[in-house]
Ligand binder design. Structure first.
Ligand code: G4P
Length: 307
C-alpha cells in the first residue's frame, strides 16, 4: 500500500514508489490527515442547514467519499451532479432519480457554463425547507438558508461556488478540510454559502474506482501510469462503445488486447519514434485528453445500483 500525503503533489519517495506501477488500487492517504480534514468539515457542517455534495456526473458514485457519509447524513443534502455537459444525459436523469429515491435532493449542473444553477438553488432551498420551518415554529427570526459545498478534488466545487454567486470568490485549487476563517457569501436573498468548499480525498475501493477517478481527471496524473489508465479506457470503450474507437481513430477492432489497440491508434495518429515504434505515452496522453474534454462523446461510466 502506498501512503499519500498530498493529493496534488505526491512527495519524491511516493513518486519513486509509484513509478512503473500499474496498479490502480493501493493508494491510501495518511490516516492522520484524513482525520484532520474530516474534523474540519464536521466543524463547518455544524454551521449549515444543508450541504451540497458535488459529484462528477460521469462517475456519480466513485466521486463520492463514503467517509463523509456518517457526517453528512445528519442534515438535508443535495447532490450536485456537476460536469453534466460531459455525461450521458439519460444516465444523468437516472442518477437524479436514484439519489431522490434515497431521500436526497439532486440536480445536474454544468458549472463552467452556469447551466442548471437555478434548479440547484431551488433544490437546496427545498431541502432546507422543513428545517427553516421548524426554526420559525420555535419562534426564531427568519434568516437565509446556510449551505456548504463538499466533495473530492476536481469535481468542480470552486467553479460551482463561483457560478452560484456569479463572480469569482472561490479559488480553484485543493486543500483538504475547510480553510479556517471562511465567510458567508450571498447567493440569492434567502440563501448563503460558505466561500470555501470542504474537501476530502477520494477513496480507492477497487481497481475500477481507481480507473474511473483517474480517467476523469479526479486525481493527479502524477499518481498513476497514464498508459495504464489509457489502457483501461480503451478496454472500457471497446466493451461498451466500440464504434467510438473505430470512428474517431479510423481503426478496425481486430485484436481484443487493449495495448495492441492503443498501438494501432498511436500509429494512425502518427505518434512514431525512429524505427516506427509507437510512442505509447503520447498516445495515452492524447486518448485521455480527448476523453476528458468530451471529444469522444458524453460518457457516464457507472449505473445507479451497479457500483
Ligand atoms: P474543485 O474545486 O472541486 O477542485 O474543482 P475546480 O472548480 O477547480 O474544477 C476542476 C476542473 O473542472 C477545472 O478545469 C474546471 O474548469 C472544470 N470544471 C468544473 N466544472 C465543470 C463543468 O461543469 N463542466 C466541465 N466541462 N468542466 C468543469 P481545469 O482544466 O482544471 O482548469 P481550467 O481549464 O478551468 O483552467
Amino acid at each position: 500500500m502506498i501512503l499519500m500525503e498530498d493529493y496534488n503533489k505526491p512527495d519524491k519517495s511516493t513518486i519513486n514508489q509509484l513509478n512503473n506501477r500499474s496498479n490502480l488500487t493501493s493508494i491510501q492517504w495518511y490516516p492522520g490527515h484524513m482525520v484532520k480534514a474530516k474534523k474540519q468539515i464536521k466543524e463547518k457542517f455544524s454551521l449549515v442547514d444543508v450541504t451540497i455534495e458535488v459529484v462528477d456526473a460521469r462517475i456519480p458514485q466513485s466521486s463520492r467519499n463514503p467517509v463523509l457519509e456518517p457526517i453528512l447524513r445528519e442534515k438535508p443534502r443535495v447532490i450536485a451532479l456537476n460536469k453534466r455537459d460531459l455525461a450521458h444525459h439519460e444516465m444523468t436523469l437516472k442518477w437524479i432519480a436514484y439519489f431522490k429515491s434515497q431521500g436526497l435532493g439532486a440536480a445536474a449542473v454544468d458549472s463552467s457554463s452556469k447551466q442548471g444553477i437555478k434548479e440547484l438553488i431551488n433544490e437546496v432551498k427545498g431541502a432546507a425547507g422543513p428545517v427553516m420551518k421548524a426554526l420559525e415554529a420555535k419562534g426564531r427570526r427568519r434568516r437565509a438558508v446556510r449551505a456548504m459545498i463538499v466533495g473530492i478534488p476536481n469535481v468542480g466545487k470552486s467553479t460551482l461556488i463561483n457560478a452560484m454567486v456569479n463572480r469569482t470568490v472561490a479559488k480553484t485549487g485543493n486543500k483538504p478540510g475547510v480553510t479556517k476563517g471562511t465567510q458567508w457569501i450571498r447567493v440569492v436573498d434567502d440563501l448563503e454559502l460558505l466561500d470555501t468548499p470542504g474537501m476530502l480525498w477520494p477513496k480507492f475501493e477497487n481497481q475500477q474506482t481507481g480507473f474511473k477517478l483517474a480517467a476523469t481527471g479526479a486525481i493527479s496524473d502524477l499518481v498513476f501510469s497514464l498508459e495504464d489508465v489509457a489502457k483501461h479506457l480503451v478496454l472500457y470503450l471497446k466493451e461498451n462503445r466500440p464504434e467510438v474507437l473505430e470512428e474517431r481513430y479510423k481503426i478496425e477492432l481486430v485484436s481484443s488486447d487493449p495495448w495492441v489497440i492503443m498501438e494501432e491508434i498511436g500509429r494512425k495518429r502518427g505518434f512514431l519514434a525512429s524505427g516506427g515504434v509507437v510512442m505509447m505515452e503520447q498516445t495515452a496522453v492524447m486518448l485521455l485528453r480527448e476523453f476528458r474534454s468530451g471529444k469522444l462523446g458524453r460518457f457516464t461510466l457507472e449505473k445507479p445500483g451497479s457500483v
